[in-house]
Design a protein around this ligand. Structure first.
Ligand code: SF4
Length: 58
C-alpha cells in the first residue's frame, strides 16, 4: 500500500509523529508521504487519525 497526502493537509504533524517511516514535513510545512510500499499499521493509523482526512491510500 502507498499513501498520498492531499491538499487538505494543515501541517499539524500528527502523521509524522505516528509514522515517521512514511510521512515527513516539507519545507512548506505540509506533510508528504514517501513513495514507498508499506504494510506498516502505524501508517494506517496515521491515515485514520488525520484531523482533516488529508491522507489517502493508493
Ligand atoms: Fe497533514 Fe493530516 Fe499529517 Fe496533520 S495528520 S500533517 S493534517 S496529513
Amino acid at each position: 500500500m502507498k499513501y498520498f497526502v492531499n491538499e487538505n493537509c494543515i501541517g499539524c504533524g500528527l502523521c509524522v509523529v505516528t509514522c515517521p517511516e512514511v510521512f515527513e514535513l516539507t519545507d512548506d510545512s505540509v506533510a508528504h508521504a514517501r513513495d514507498v510500499e508499506t504494510g506498516d499499521p502505524q501508517a494506517a493509523e496515521a491515515m485514520e487519525n488525520c484531523p482533516v482526512e488529508a491522507i489517502e491510500e493508493r
